[in-house]
Design a protein around this ligand. Sequence first.
Ligand SMILES: Cc1cc2nc3c(=O)[nH]c(=O)nc-3n(C[C@H](O)[C@H](O)[C@H](O)COP(=O)(O)OP(=O)(O)OC[C@H]3O[C@@H](n4cnc5c(N)ncnc54)[C@H](O)[C@@H]3O)c2cc1C
Ligand code: FES
Length: 232
Amino acid sequence: MYYTRITQIERLTDEVATLYFSICLRSYPGQFVMVYVPGCEEIPLSLSSSNSVTVKAVGETTASLVNAKEGQYVGVRGAFGSAFTPSKRALIVAGGIGIAPMKYLYEYLMKCGSKVSVVYGERTAKNLFWLDKFDRITVTTEDGSFGLKGTVLDALKLEKLDEYEKIYVCGSEGMLRATYDFLKERDALDKAEFSLERYMRCGIGVCGSCVIENGLRVCADGPVFNASELPW
Ligand SMILES: Cc1cc2nc3c(=O)[nH]c(=O)nc-3n(C[C@H](O)[C@H](O)[C@H](O)COP(=O)(O)OP(=O)(O)OC[C@H]3O[C@@H](n4cnc5c(N)ncnc54)[C@H](O)[C@@H]3O)c2cc1C
Ligand code: FES
């Protein structure tokens, strides 16, 4: 582990902030880092660029990161895990804080000259951020306070899935499973990649904390999986 300084903090909503590190990590979109906050725990966070993480406060460690001060030091290990496979025509599907690794992926694909569409769903308008970062974006909110009323699945139903070479999905477990079922129904599972979350300790495939039902480890075999690797 090495210690890096937080050079900049961008507050995105009441609960979400992006923390920029003083170092760039050699990494690809979809990979994660283990971040240690002195006095708290070490937690996995996806990279939202090669030198940042975007965090939602859900418990003690994430809250201490969201409320961190510029100049503070955190411990970082990584980047670890599998990355998304690039494609020329891509559909990104993000639910909630699942948008965090997708910004890194979007920027990477745009640099490669890919055409990228984004579907981004949240419960309500006040949780949305980064809408100006994506050219082709469809937004959904469950309460209808912004964009299309409903979930990302309602927006997916409007997409011509045949047009896409790859479909990248990141969000809560419920959202991932519902998207998996929907893409299966539409015969589009073979081009989908899913980013999973599990409780992690070592982050490098040793401790077994993050094993899923079929024995694969989210930290070392994932977090990005092809649909065919998932036991759903
Ligand atoms: C590969 C990976 C990438 C991630 N990327 C991001 C990211 O970019 N931004 C972000 O905000 N969060 C991300 N997370 C989730 C983040 O690691 C957890 O929110 C964090 O560990 C919670 O720690 P805490 O001490 O704040 O809360 P805790 O008190 O530990 O937990 C608060 C709540 O969150 C649940 N929780 C904790 N850890 C996880 C987990 N790994 N998966 C699902 N639920 C969990 C707990 O059950 C509890 O309900 C990622 C997780 C993984 C595995
Ligand atoms: S966190 Fe230890 S094996 Fe994945």
